[in-house]
Ligand binder design. Structure first.
Ligand code: NAD
Length: 274
């Protein structure tokens, strides 16, 4: 695989591009992940709540790739936050995936009003200490939530997976992550395939590079240092989305894309998910 890796704050390397499988039904996940592995993907992003860990696991089991070339992420769902419930939910995810270790385990949402994420994080640290997750991190955490974990004095999250695309560029979280050695992983990196992919400015840049708009957007993320996990179930798009390592956006291209930020969320505001 020609996908570059980034080094997390504990020394573990993570592919900078992987496949996201939100909204992929369990019985389609096996074929989708198999296509991705055959196309050079080595990183898969799933979650307990996606209901497809078993389908993902079947594709991993059927693959000839050695386990240490794969990078598997799953996430703890909100209803399972708390110390003991987290440990049980992690066991259930491992069983569905058919693995004895994941590469990255994430708290899916902070749920600040429920206020269990600090306890949940202690369970994550136990899972990490036992070697059952090679790295632990969070998703949808704002700097205030990250500060709470950091002040707790244990493990600094390796990754924060947040909504991030040219319409929501997240300058404040990205700077916070950079200051604290936390990798930024972009969810909905293509803006869910909506209006963003029709933006005239992006169409112009794509035409000049002989690439698609989706490829330009993924390249923008990669040049910013973000980890990306575009989702597709269409084999031609799965291949297109990893074919982004043979061109480079210029400083002018990057500056033009920076101007597309409108701070517009497609998903939920993390403060309001409880
Ligand atoms: P995305 O930005 O990856 O967009 C996916 C959609 O874009 C596809 O369904 C398709 O309609 C379109 N698309 C894909 N490739 C294309 C191409 N080459 N050309 C044109 N259109 C294309 O959206 P996403 O699925 O929301 O996000 C990616 C992944 O991020 C998810 O699958 C999931 O793994 C993760 N995610 C995490 C959270 C979280 O709370 N942690 C939330 C949402 C998504």
């Amino acid at each position: 695989s020609n996908v570059p890796t980034i080094t997390l704050n504990n020394g573990v390397t993570m592919p900078q591009l992987g496949l996201g499988v939100w909204q992929v039904p369990d019985d389609e996940a096996t074929a989708t992940v198999t296509t991705a592995l055959e196309s050079g993907y080595r990183s898969i992003d799933t979650a307990a709540v996606y209901g497809n860990e078993a389908g993902v696991g079947r594709a991993l089991a059927a693959s000839d790739l050695p386990r240490d070339e794969l990078f598997v992420t799953t996430k703890l769902w909100n209803s399972e936050q708390g110390y003991d419930t987290t440990l049980r939910a992690f066991d259930a995810s491992l069983a569905k995936l058919g693995l004895d270790q994941v590469d990255l385990y994430l708290i899916h949402w902070p749920m600040p009003a429920v206020d269990k994420y600090a306890d949940t994080w202690r369970a994550f640290e136990k899972i990490y200490a036992e070697g059952r997750a090679r790295a632990i991190g969070v998703s949808n955490f704002q700097p205030t939530h990250l500060n709470r974990l950091i002040e707790q004095g244990g493990t600094v999250p390796a990754v924060n997976q947040i909504e991030l695309h040219p319409s929501l560029q997240q300058p404040v979280p990205r700077a916070f992550h950079a200051d604290h050695g936390i990798a930024t992983e972009a969810w909905s990196p293509l803006g869910q395939g909506g209006e963003l992919l029709k933006a005239p400015r992006l169409t112009e840049i794509a035409g000049r590079h002989g690439k698609s708009v989706a490829q330009v957007v993924l390249r923008w993320h990669l040049q910013l240092g973000n980890v990306v996990i575009p989702k597709s179930v269409t084999p031609s798009r799965i291949r297109e989305n990893i074919d982004v390592f043979d061109f480079e956006l210029s400083a002018e291209d990057l500056a033009a894309i920076a101007e597309l930020n409108t701070d517009t969320r497609l998903g939920d505001d993390p403060e309001n998910v409880n």
